[in-house]
Design a protein around this ligand. Structure first.
Ligand code: AMP
Ligand code: ZN
Length: 466
């Protein structure tokens, strides 16, 4: 399997530290608001990559943090007249609702920064002991000058970075590039006791610390959106490698932005659409299809046209699923014959194509094309004369290839419950329109199927009589 490694700027063969296992850390959201579909793109990309590793037989330990203490959290708590802890609790719950709605698998662990403050203090103390950090007036800074390979991820040396950076010159820092590991408490801010007085952790240190604590000193993959490359990930490398003397992450992966009118979708530009807004009108399959229809390292320009076209593509895929589900109920032949067995074997070319594309740095766009090619083949070759077994096999092949992408897992058949609820709704509608003949017919048809409707003060109830 090949992965583009942002650290070496090359596609490399993927070799895990422990055969068959992957330790993966993905920078998660700051939980001060509902997440938008730009964040959603990054979450979906790495969820898909994790699912694909699992599809290829790896055991993945997947850690995605919640940043639950920072300036934005404090501001939101003040606006809502509540505590930073409550803001975190609330938006973590909301995160799960939306992430579940987008069919994003739950991480193995979702650590909260505030639950690791003791470990963070220990981490920072270790850096001070080794001369990589220093304290000024209750703040602690990382001494970038001492970490020789600072700038390795962004591919610049410290001097070039200083020229390019617009950094506030803070007289108290030894060097303008030094960054905060610990921030002394300001009035009204939540704070923890530390050897440097009351304060709170900086943002970068939380990820270094939680990755080390939960996954170990060297991890396989560290990932996040491309905006995190510098300074966040650069600083994570500096902190972790300065403390342990070991390589922090073997592969760094960065997902490109979701744009709107070629501008990054972001809260500050106020050009965003929340995950829950889009999920009101479109299914998780459609949103994921949209996000995965381009390469994860290429920016994707969001538009209504793109969304509609994703919707019709997903409909085409589900038409094939619906057709197969109906055939499974209708065909007469049960078992595959030799010809069908041969035919089923021939479909393996699509699985191989799909794997070849996904193995090449997760080319989801071409993997989707392989699914469409499979569907085209099935549509021309499967019919009412096929066997039930063949229909089931090809349906499970479609679902197998959809699963790493987090799509194509739904049934197009209504459950009995959904069907009866729908008929009850139609009957109520008919009564409202004084179409009693239709209302009675619906009730009688259900009765013929041993389903009895009862009108109660709480509404219509139904039961099956045996
Ligand atoms: P934040 O809550 O802003 O820290 O962002 C959480 C994750 O979403 C990070 O990995 C960001 O890189 C990513 N992200 C933010 N905006 C976008 C965007 N417009 N497109 C893709 N990813 C984004
Ligand atoms: Zn991070």
């Amino acid at each position: 399997m090949k992965i583009y490694n942002s650290l070496t700027r090359k596609k490399e063969e993927f070799v895990p530290i422990t055969p068959g296992e992957i330790k993966m850390y993905v920078c998660g959201p700051t939980v001060y608001n509902y997440f938008h579909i730009g964040n959603g793109r990054t979450f979906i990309i790495f969820d898909t990559i994790r699912r694909y590793f699992e599809y290829r037989g790896y055991k993945v330990k997947y850690v995605q943090n919640f940043t639950d203490i920072d300036d934005k959290m404090i501001k939101r708590a003040n606006e809502e007249g509540t505590t930073v802890k409550d803001v975190g609790d609330k938006y973590i719950q909301e995160y799960y609702k939306d992430a579940d709605g987008l069919n994003i698998k739950r991480a193995s662990i979702n650590p909260r920064a505030t639950e690791f403050v003791e470990d963070i203090i220990e981490f920072i103390s270790g850096l001070i002991e080794k001369g990589y950090a220093y304290e000024v007036d209750g703040d602690v800074y990382f001494r970038t000058n001492k970490f020789e390979s600072y700038g390795q991820l962004i591919g610049q040396n410290l001097e070039d970075l200083k020229v390019g950076a617009r950094i506030n010159v803070d007289e108290r820092k030894e060097d303008p590039m030094d960054f905060a590991l610990w921030k002394a408490q300001k009035p009204g801010e939540p704070a923890w006791d530390s050897p440097w007085g009351k304060g709170r952790p900086g943002w970068h240190i939380e990820c270094s610390c939680m990755a080390k604590k939960l996954l170990g000193e060297t991890i396989d993959i560290h990932a996040g959106g491309v905006d995190l490359t510098f300074p966040h990930h650069e600083n994570e490398i500096a902190q972790s490698e300065a403390l342990t003397g070991k390589k922090f992450a073997n592969y760094w992966m960065h997902g490109a932005f979701l744009n709107i009118n070629n501008q990054k979708m972001s809260k500050s530009l106020n050009n965003f659409l929340t995950a829950r807004e889009i999920l009101k009108d479109y299914s998780a399959d459609v949103v994921r299809f949209l996000m995965l229809s381009g390469h994860y390292r290429s920016p994707l320009n969001f538009s209504d046209d793109l969304l509609e076209s994703a919707k019709s593509s997903v409909e085409r895929m589900y038409n094939a699923i619906s057709n197969l589900e109906n055939l499974i109920d209708e065909v007469e032949k049960e078992k595959m014959d030799d010809n069908e067995r041969e035919y089923l074997k021939s479909l393996d070319v699509y699985r191989q194509k799909y794997i070849e594309k996904m193995d090449d740095d997760f080319n989801t766009a071409d993997a989707i094309t392989a699914i469409f090619d499979l569907i085209k083949d099935i549509n021309t070759n499967i019919s009412i004369n096929s066997s039930k077994e063949l229909c089931q096999e090809v349906l499970s092949l479609i679902r197998e290839l959809g699963s790493p992408l987090g799509i194509l897992q739904n049934s197009t058949k209504l459950s009995l419950e959904d069907e009866v609820e729908e008929l009850i709704r139609q009957r109520q509608e008919a009564r409202k329109n004084k179409n009693f003949a239709l209302a009675d017919k619906i009730r009688d048809d259900l009765k013929a199927r041993n389903i009895i409707l009862e009108d109660t003060p709480q509404g219509v109830r139904w039961k099956i009589i045996k």
